[in-house]
Design a protein around this ligand. Structure first.
Ligand code: NBP
Length: 489
């Protein structure tokens, strides 16, 4: 068998099939393989018919078709299936060959797998692929990390099939794919992307909730609002699909969205982001609230009982509707800035902890097209990091500072009115609470430290002494002189 294929893709579900077709469109010869091999025949006879895509019914057959160094991409369910395939591939590949995992793997698994595969003399890439079915077919955002030596061999394929965006400042057309970093960096950035996606979706849902219950707007009226919002600074894929969802009618001509049960599902990447943030000690409060909001939504039966027990009052908000809609837009925009500032804080902390040299502007560019959170806004984030690559926090960038200041009054008005009317706005309000805490020079944590020292001899630092000197007070007169060990999180 003549080795003539550029890459193999294992896994013929929605992502794998569409990535293969995308690679084929860009002139690459791909071998398709799947655990259930009947799906290979099915794919070749249907979607791949008339293309140069090859099929294999065993890993040995697949490997024999590949040019060296062999590139094998897994697009299978994250978890045990990836480890099982790695084990099988190690039996048929050779040193120098490259295994790529394009699924939604946990970054810690990718760190472990990179080390393991490298220990066998092969190279490993763990890459985030975002954009769902449509992205995979026509241009996803691709976030690769792992063995740096593998990147030059994979770069031409990945950058060819990735989404393309025009840099608004330089005018250059760039692929939404670049090397992210070693080990699990690619999957970490993809995980953070998904967490931010949870936040963006929750913010849009809260804006919808206030318009629907507070302002009494119909789906058609809200469709018009989202259409308008998509022409300005909120322009994004998620605002665009919300616009279209609100216009969609059921068979009886009423809005379909009103017929959909209000319990949200989740697959875990939002949760992983929050768990990682807890480990890093980084407050990504908005993403956390977005994850918890899905959990609250899932408590449907209890919510029905609680609604009967606590009968919420009239949620209608009085005042000029057009003005309120503009206030809600500003509250959404300000909250979104906070969410991205928090997401970038998390990536910065993870990069430090894992020794990754992340390119923050490059990440914004990768997310600018192809993925679910793609937006005009990410161009502004890219510009902020272009101006100052080591920008410590997005909130210190002059563009975002001005934007937050311009939204602050509306943001407070919307959050306080929603609270008064009993409309839940966990993401809007946690964003505001974080902002107020972040810009507060003196928080009440002095009292907290006193409490900790009182009951646990945990010690405290003093405002009139250099940082790093720790003190313990015998608050009751009955305690001992021994302090607890000091640690910070
Ligand atoms: P799925 O996540 O549904 O996985 C289906 C594939 O995994 C099939 O090829 C299936 O083979 C294989 N597989 C399973 Br399930 N268990 C296996 C096992 N124990 N051993 C070997 N193969 C196994 O497919 P997908 O939705 O295309 O997603 C692929 C990856 O991309 C996932 O990690 C997913 O999280 C990620 N992702 C998905 C999306 C999306 O929008 N769907 C977006 C971005 C990333 P079989 O045919 O023999 O059962």
């Amino acid at each position: 068998m003549e080795p003539r294929a550029d890459i193999a893709v294992i896994g013929l579900a929605v992502m794998g099939q569409n990535l293969i077709l995308n690679m084929n469109d860009h002139g690459f010869t791909v071998v398709a393989y799947n655990r259930t091999t009947s799906k290979v025949d099915d794919f070749l006879a249907n979607e791949a018919r008339g293309t140069r895509i090859l099929g294999a019914h065993s890993l040995a057959e697949m490997v024999a078709l590949l040019k060296k160094p062999r590139r094998v991409m897994l697009m299978v369910k994250a978890g045990a299936a990836v480890d099982e395939f790695i084990e099988q591939l190690l039996g048929v590949l050779e040193p120098g060959d490259i295994i790529i995992d394009g699924g939604n793997s946990l970054f810690e698994d990718t760190i472990r797998r990179t080390k393991y595969v490298e220990s066998k003399g092969l190279l490993y890439i763990g890459t985030g692929v975002s954009g769902g079915e449509e992205g995979a077919r026509h241009g996803p955002s691709i976030m690769p990390g792992g063995s740096p030596a593998a990147w030059p061999h994979v770069k031409p394929i990945f950058q060819a099939i990735a989404a393309k965006v025009t840099d608004p400042h330089t005018g250059a057309v760039e692929p939404c794919c670049d090397w992210v970093g070693e080990g699990g960096a690619g999957h970490y950035v993809k995980m953070t992307h998904n967490g931010i996606e949870y936040g963006d979706m929750q913010l849009i849902c809260e804006a919808y909730h206030i318009m629907k219950d507070g302002l009494g707007m119909t789906a058609d009226e809200m469709h018009a609002v989202f259409k308008e919002w998509n022409t300005g600074e909120l322009e994004s894929y998620l605002i665009e699909i919300t616009r279209d969802i609100l216009a969609k009618k059921d068979d009886d001509g009423t809005p379909l969205v009103d017929k959909i049960l209000d319990t949200a599902g989740q697959k875990g990447t939002g949760k992983w982001t929050v768990i990682s943030s807890q480990e890093m000690g980084i407050p990504i409060t908005l993403i956390a609230e977005a994850v918890y909001s899905r959990c609250v939504s899932a408590m449907k039966e209890q919510r029905v009982l609680a609604a009967k027990a606590y009968k919420p009052g009239n949620p209608r908000i009085a005042g000029d509707r057009a003005q309120w809609v503009e206030d809600i837009r500003k509250a959404l925009y300000a909250s979104k800035i906070i969410s991205y500032a928090q997401g970038y804080m998390l990536m910065r902390a993870a990069a430090k902890a894992h020794g990754w040299n992340l390119n923050y502007g490059g990440i914004a560019l990768m997310w600018r097209g192809g993925c679910i959170i793609r937006s005009r806004f990410l161009g502004d984030i890219k510009a902020a990091f272009d101006k100052k690559p080591n920008l410590e926090n997005l909130l210190f960038d002059p563009f975002f500072k001005k934007a937050i200041k311009g939204c602050a009054r509306s943001w407070r008005k919307v959050v306080s009115s929603a609270v008064k009317k009993g409309i839940p706005v966990p993401a809007f309000s946690t964003a505001l609470a974080f902002f107020d805490g972040f810009r507060c020079e003196r928080l009440p944590a002095n009292l907290l430290q006193a409490q900790r020292d009182y009951f646990g001899a945990h010690t405290y630092e003093r405002v009139d002494r250099p940082r790093g000197e720790f003190f313990h007070t015998n608050w009751t007169g009955t305690g001992g002189r021994v302090a607890s060990s000091t640690y910070t999180v």
